[in-house]
Design a protein around this ligand. Structure first.
Ligand code: ADP
Ligand code: MG
Length: 604
């Protein structure tokens, strides 16, 4: 099973693509007509099987209400989430389902879910791959925007499953794009900005290379800004310029199609002739459009991306990112020359243009897929533990076993012992988080390991954490005396944590670093005092009579000092440490006497 092919899929709002690593090279696959970009569009002609892709796009003019495009906008969201404008502007009918989910109503009888629509697109890509590669494709890496939340990601996964694909990894689009540009070979701490302007959405993500993998450190965007808006503005301009007045539904659709073609042509040419043959009542229309005129229309839209970029850059800077080392452009709309000019003007950044902006995400998905199925030798590290994992130790401290940002799969362990005499069991509390104290982290699970009671330090418990490729954490606790194992399996929690929760946890660990550190030192010093005080009492009882009275008084005073700091409510870690040290110092002679006495056979 493991050497079976894995394909990489960019499931886009406007276009979807499929790629694979073949003979060591990542490539985007073409369908039987030679097309590599599949329009993310599905149409249901009455009484016929659904059309997917270009066929569906053509059907849109005839049956706009039975044709679904941009379904990605509705994946994993609830009907209550939708703004009135979103419902209004969607050319097909959206209705709420029984669980508050969004459904598309095609006619009286037919309802489809966003997952089902996406599954048809994914199914088509799967067929394209199977045809091109002459072998079935059952496993995939699928990309999603960095800002997608858990339920949007889950909906994507479900759509793939409906299409008969097992999802090996959900990958962030900007990370995929960076992989396609080979930016994983940039040095440590390199900062990459990914500017993605597609058909319907814009987002800017800042990634940072940390310990060999990319981390999305900031992302900002506008889910209602893209090339479609330019098409609309241009179509409106055509209608005005030609004095067309009110447009019918299919006239509007046809005009938008022509607008889009003109727009795309103007990325390479200075002017274009737009023709509308037999547009209305057998009459044809024609008009000239220059790039300069188009740019005047497009400017305000493109300018809307500037404050979004600034927001993401500021957020990245707050998180310690330095200057942007590389800018990459993703999404078909970044082919517009004005976008590049503006990025240069605003930020002095010139993009790396070595890849096609509309294929980069799919290529990156293919590379990630290739790595997963062993078709790419070089190990790139992209999946990591978002937060540290560990167990609670004596005194309520967090003992980290697998640090945050460890690449998975990963295995690590430590040996623990009983902290008190006669202890009969050890509770292993599995924690996740960045805080020093156990109680401030999240409890993922707990097992109790019984062992034979014995003196302090006699029991030996090995604790091993291992996280497999699927992100499942297995905690193995073994009593090394008996070899008895206890296993605790924790599904997904180890790796699948909401980005927001991670940010909060990390933010808090920084905010509270000072207090946390003091608390940790205090707890450690307190454990030391609790060990020291009874030992001193025991030694005094055994051999104290051999000491001069001043020495005994000094020891008593030092012990008293430790007790009084311990009793204070301020948790002054520094004071406790120095009191411990003073007690240690004062008992040097006593300790030596104790050793002597042991040799004489009269000791305790
Ligand atoms: P998505 O990620 O949303 O699926 P794409 O990356 O496929 O989007 O981008 C689609 C958008 O790119 C469309 O609005 C399309 O018109 C636009 N586009 C494609 N090629 C060009 C071009 N040469 N010039 C301008 N815009 C283009
Ligand atoms: Mg895209």
């Amino acid at each position: 099973m493991d050497d079976e092919l894995i394909i990489g899929i960019d499931l886009g709002t406007t276009h979807s693509l499929v790629g694979v690593v073949d003979s060591g090279f990542p490539l985007v696959l073409a369908d039987e007509k030679g097309e590599r970009l599949l329009p993310s569009c599905v149409s249901w002609p009455a009484g016929q099987p659904p059309l997917v892709g270009t066929g569906a796009m053509r059907a849109r003019v005839l049956a706009p209400d039975r044709t679904v495009s941009s379904i990605k906008r509705f994946m994993g969201r609830t009907f209550a989430d939708l703004s009135p404008a979103e419902i209004e502007e969607t050319p097909y009918r959206l209705v709420p389902g029984g669980r508050g989910e969004i459904l598309v109503q095609l006619d009286e009888q037919t309802l489809v879910t966003p997952e089902e629509v996406s599954a048809l697109i994914l199914g088509r890509l799967r067929e394209t791959a199977a045809q091109a590669l002459e072998q079935p494709a059952g496993r995939a890496v699928v990309t999603v925007p960095a800002y997608f939340n858990h339920s949007q990601r889950e909906a994507t996964r479900k759509a793939a499953e409906l299409a008969g694909l097992r999802v090996e990894r959900i990958l962030n689009e900007p990370t995929a794009a960076a992989l396609a540009y080979g930016l994983d070979r940039l040095g440590e701490a390199a900062t990459v900005a990914v500017y993605d302007l597609g058909g319907g959405t814009f987002d800017l993500s800042v990634l940072q290379m940390r310990e060999g993998f990319f981390e999305v450190i900031a992302t900002a965007g506008d889910t209602r800004l893209g090339g479609d808006d330019l098409d609309l503005a241009l179509a409106r301009h055509f209608a005005d310029a030609l004095g067309l007045g009110d447009l019918s539904g299919s006239e509007a659709a046809a005009l938008r199609l022509r607008a889009r073609e003109a727009k795309e042509t103007l990325s390479n040419e200075e002017r274009v002739t737009v023709r509308l043959p037999f547009f209305r009542d057998g009459e044809s229309y024609e008009l000239e459009l220059t790039r300069e005129r188009f740019e005047r229309l497009a400017l305000s839209l493109i300018e809307r991306t500037a404050p979004i970029c600034r927001r993401a850059f500021a957020e990245a800077a707050e998180k310690g990112a330095g200057k942007i080392d590389r800018l990459i452009l993703v999404g078909g709309s970044t082919r517009i020359p004005l976008v590049r000019e503006k990025l240069h003007e605003w930020f002095g950044l010139d993009p790396d243009l070595s890849q096609h902006p509309d294929e980069a995400v799919a290529l990156g998905a293919a590379i990630q897929a290739g790595m997963l199925c062993g078709r790419v030798r070089q190990i790139l590290l992209v999946d990591v533990t978002p937060l540290s994992l560990g167990i609670e130790t004596f005194g309520g401290l967090m003992n980290v076993i697998i640090p945050r940002n460890s690449t998975i799969p990963v295995k690590a362990g430590e040996l623990f012992t009983n902290a008190v005499d006669g202890q009969e069991s050890m509770a292993i509390r599995v924690l996740q988080g960045e805080r020093e104290l156990a109680k401030d982290n999240w409890l993922l699970g707990e097992v109790v390991l019984p062992f034979a009671p014995g003196p302090k330090g006699s029991a030996r418990v090995g604790v091993q954490f291992s996280i497999n490729r699927d992100g499942i954490l297995e905690v193995l606790a073994r009593d090394t005396a008996t070899g008895e194992d206890h296993v605790l399996e924790i599904r997904n929690a180890a790796v699948d944590v909401e980005d927001e929760a991670i940010e909060r946890m990390i933010g808090e660990s920084i905010d509270f670093a000072f207090e946390d550190m003091n608390e940790r030192i205090w707890t450690e010093a307190k454990l030391k005092s609790e060990e020291l005080l009874p030992a001193v009492d025991e030694a005094l009882a055994a051999v104290g009579n051999r000491l001069p009275v001043e020495d005994r008084e000094a020891i008593a005073a030092a012990a008293e000092a430790v007790r009084s700091v311990l009793a204070s409510e301020t948790h002054d870690a520094k004071a406790l440490k120095s009191a411990n040290a003073a007690l240690d110092e004062a008992t040097q002679t006593l300790a030596a006497l104790l050793v002597e006495a042991a040799f004489e056979g009269v000791g305790p």
